[in-house]
Design a protein around this ligand. Structure first.
Ligand SMILES: Cc1cc2nc3c(=O)[nH]c(=O)nc-3n(C[C@H](O)[C@H](O)[C@H](O)COP(=O)(O)OP(=O)(O)OC[C@H]3O[C@@H](n4cnc5c(N)ncnc54)[C@H](O)[C@@H]3O)c2cc1C
Length: 418
């Protein structure tokens, strides 16, 4: 145990990248940890993402230009950003908060907060990866953005400058330099930027599963059960009610991704979490076409060479947690990937995942004001694979309580929308 810290019984709800990382850091700190998921570890949104350890990604999807672009993009089913009409009434309150967070001053604050926590991302993940022996699943090859026109290069200039101002290293490339790196790309490239220092996860599910196995191997309890509610138990203790059992805890960490507020809503907490649904398609015979993840800057998706094939993953759809996958979105993603890599062959697998997103694109990390024994660790939007590790480390620091957390958590306060 850390000096001055007391061993606590901690229940972590959700075994995605965030919950598994929190469980491991809490275990490392000497706490008695139970990790609960209704399914197998890493089968939620942490399963099918693009796998980029995107330490450069401090630009949120909130942007002043969304105020102009969003209305026309949203209703086009083939656009990288879309909404299902039937979801509109439930989406509107979130959308208004989202648009408020697109104002230049708010965006500047978001970029600064994201850059601060992203700068600590490797320190939260790599020690866990090393200890769990999953380093062979990391692909150290950089990430490449391609632009298809001067207009799109010019439009993204502000974002490149903001990234640079926050210390992101990137190299600007002309088309011949892009084709030298990735010769299979179709000849539609106008410019590129290469972030050489970035690595990626060659199998995101195997990464989370490997971390979960390490947690169990070092004595952690992993339970498969649906958590129904969190409330007061024996004097001074919380009680986690699962299908079939009740578990007493000093602290509970809610790391249930896009489903987190379904649990907190029962406590009367209203944190405006919605989901940005994203899709993937896998082309099983095409992984060798690329040697690093590549993204068309205006396409809203990455193509990542992974174990099992080349995965095109991304785009954003607002339709909530319950609507079925929309085939038109999968077809549009397949067609967009084929435009850049004509030799992809046929896709063998498609997937729909649920990014947990708060209107200002920052996660909620910290205690619930109404009951500080309950800690929030959700809302990591497009960056949960990157930020899961450092979020877990910060959660362990909060539970230890021996010193202030090593990142200023004010921008991530769960009650900032109250
Ligand atoms: C298409 C796409 C591409 C992406 N690409 C990237 C990328 O390149 N890089 C990156 O960093 N991020 C990326 N992301 C985002 C990233 O995948 C998510 O932010 C991250 O997976 C969220 O992790 P999590 O642990 O919060 O949630 P999840 O992985 O969804 O885990 C939550 C877990 O909670 C469990 N759960 C929920 N409710 C309960 C309950 N009541 N009882 C028990 N268990 C419960 C679920 O079963 C689930 O396993 C992408 C996302 C998508 C959709």
């Amino acid at each position: 145990m850390k000096e001055g810290s007391r061993r606590q019984r901690v229940v972590v709800v959700g075994a995605g990248m965030v919950g598994v990382s929190a469980a491991l850091w809490l275990q490392e700190s000497g706490h008695d940890v139970t990790l609960i998921d209704r399914g197998a570890p890493g089968r939620g949104t942490s399963y099918g993402n693009a796998g980029i350890f995107a330490t450069y990604a401090c630009i949120p999807i909130n942007a002043p230009r969304r105020l102009v672009d969003a209305p026309s993009m949203l209703f086009d089913p083939a656009s990288p950003l879309s909404i299902q009409w039937s979801y509109l009434p439930r989406f509107l309150p979130w959308a208004l908060r989202f648009l408020a967070a697109c104002r230049p001053g708010r965006v500047r604050a978001t970029v600064a907060a994201l850059a601060t926590i992203l700068a600590r991302a490797e320190e939260g993940f790599l020690p866990l990866a090393r200890r769990a022996g999953i380093e062979p699943l990391l692909g150290p090859a950089g990430a490449l953005y391609v632009y298809e026109s001067e207009e799109s290069w010019r439009r993204d200039r502000g974002n490149r400058e903001r990234r640079r101002a926050h210390g992101v290293a990137m190299q600007e490339l002309d088309p011949s330099e892009v084709y030298e790196l990735e010769p299979a790309l179709a000849h539609v490239v106008h410019r590129g930027i290469h972030m050489e220092d970035v690595f990626y996860l060659r199998n995101p599910h195997a990464v989370v599963d490997g971390l979960a196995q390490a947690f169990v191997q070092w004595g952690g309890r992993l339970l498969q059960a649906e958590v129904k509610s969190i409330g007061n138990g024996l004097p001074g203790l919380l009680e986690v009610v699962c299908s079939g059992r009740r578990i007493a805890a000093d602290r509970v960490v809610v790391a249930s991704g896009a489903w987190s507020t379904r649990l907190l809503g029962r406590l009367g907490e209203h944190i405006p979490l919605d989901t940005e649904r994203g899709y993937h398609v896998v082309f099983p015979d095409a992984a060798s076409l690329l040697s690093r993840p590549v993204a068309p800057i205006d396409g809203g998706f990455f193509m990542t060479p992974m174990e099992g094939g080349l995965r095109a993953a991304g785009t954003v759809e607002f339709a909530g947690l319950d609507a079925p996958p929309r085939p038109a979105r999968i077809e549009a993603l397949t067609a967009a990937a084929r435009r850049l890599l004509p030799d992809l062959g046929d896709p063998a697998e498609s997937w729909l995942g649920f990014r947990p997103t708060l209107p200002d694109s920052l996660p909620a990390i910290g205690p619930l004001p109404s009951d500080p024994r309950i800690l929030c660790a959700f809302g990591h939007q497009h960056l949960g694979m990157t930020l899961g590790g450092i979020t877990g480390k910060l959660i362990a620091e909060l539970v230890d309580g021996t010193a202030p957390p090593s990142v200023d958590l004010a921008p991530f306060r769960p009650d900032r929308f109250a």
